[in-house]
Design a protein around this ligand. Structure first.
Ligand SMILES: [Cu+2]
Length: 246
């Protein structure tokens, strides 16, 4: 049994450590999500190794002799064993539930200085609107080390806004507004992916989350704002064109 445990244990631990399972991480919440994931993984790994070792050992040790057609001895349960294998999973489950609630509470706690951005999902693109300055962008540009709160809507069918590097995902549902909170902690470009099959162009419904230094972000925002104002001046308001000369 020790030999089987060694082999199964080595394969399980090797798979966990040698393969790079998770995408790049770039958010504060992502660290907590990953910690929870790895806790679940290691608990599951121990149970997997225990069950597999007993299973493989039992198949080999209690195999029937060739030509043996008899039934095995009748077994009528084992109260002590049944109590143990009920209590241990129940306690484990309770621990996981409590940890998950703690992580969820921490990840969804709103910071006072958060950046608020409206996101609209439509077949097959994302539109980001910066409400305070009336700017719209196809990329999600955010400053580093500041919490971002997205208000997500959909204009046609259900989409899902997913930023793997932040470990957050939220449905965009026509008729309602959903929220998503994350705090980027690393400057860089990260993928934004639609994670809900939404039509023929679903596979290309992708854009970038661009995490910028705060100064660069402010510069981009004021440049975008200036462009909006310049465009508004270049296009006369409808009233001006309708008014007859003289
Ligand atoms: Cu979509």
């Amino acid at each position: 049994m020790a030999l089987i445990a060694l082999v199964v244990g080595a394969i399980t631990v090797g798979q966990a450590l040698l393969i790079d399972w998770l995408p790049e991480r770039a958010g504060e919440e992502a660290a907590r999500i990953d910690a929870l994931l790895w806790f679940l993984f290691w608990v599951s790994a121990v149970i997997f190794v225990l069950v597999t070792v007993v299973l493989v050992y039992a198949v080999w040790a209690f195999r029937a002799e060739p030509g043996d057609e008899t039934d095995g001895p009748p077994i009528h349960g084992n109260t002590r064993l049944e109590v143990i294998w009920t209590i241990i999973p129940a306690v484990l489950l309770a621990v996981v539930v409590v940890l998950a609630i703690v992580v969820l509470e921490e990840n969804e706690a709103l910071a006072a200085d958060r950046v608020k951005i409206d996101v609209i999902g439509e077949q097959f693109a994302w539109r980001m609107q910066y409400p305070d300055v009336d700017v719209e962008s196809g990329d999600l540009r955010v400053p580093v080390d500041r919490q971002v709160e997205l208000s997500i809507r959909a204009s046609d069918v259900i989409h899902s806004f997913w930023v793997p590097a932040m470990r957050v995902k939220q449905d965009a549902v026509p008729g309602i507004t959903t929220d998503l909170v994350f705090t980027p902690d690393k400057v860089g470009n990260y993928e934004v992916i639609c994670a809900e099959l939404c039509g023929a162009g679903h596979g290309v419904m992708r854009t970038r989350a661009i995490v910028m230094e705060p100064g660069a972000y402010e510069e981009w925002l004021s440049a975008a704002r200036a462009k909006v104002e310049a465009d508004a001046q270049a296009t006369p308001a409808p009233n001006d064109t309708d008014t007859p000369e003289g």
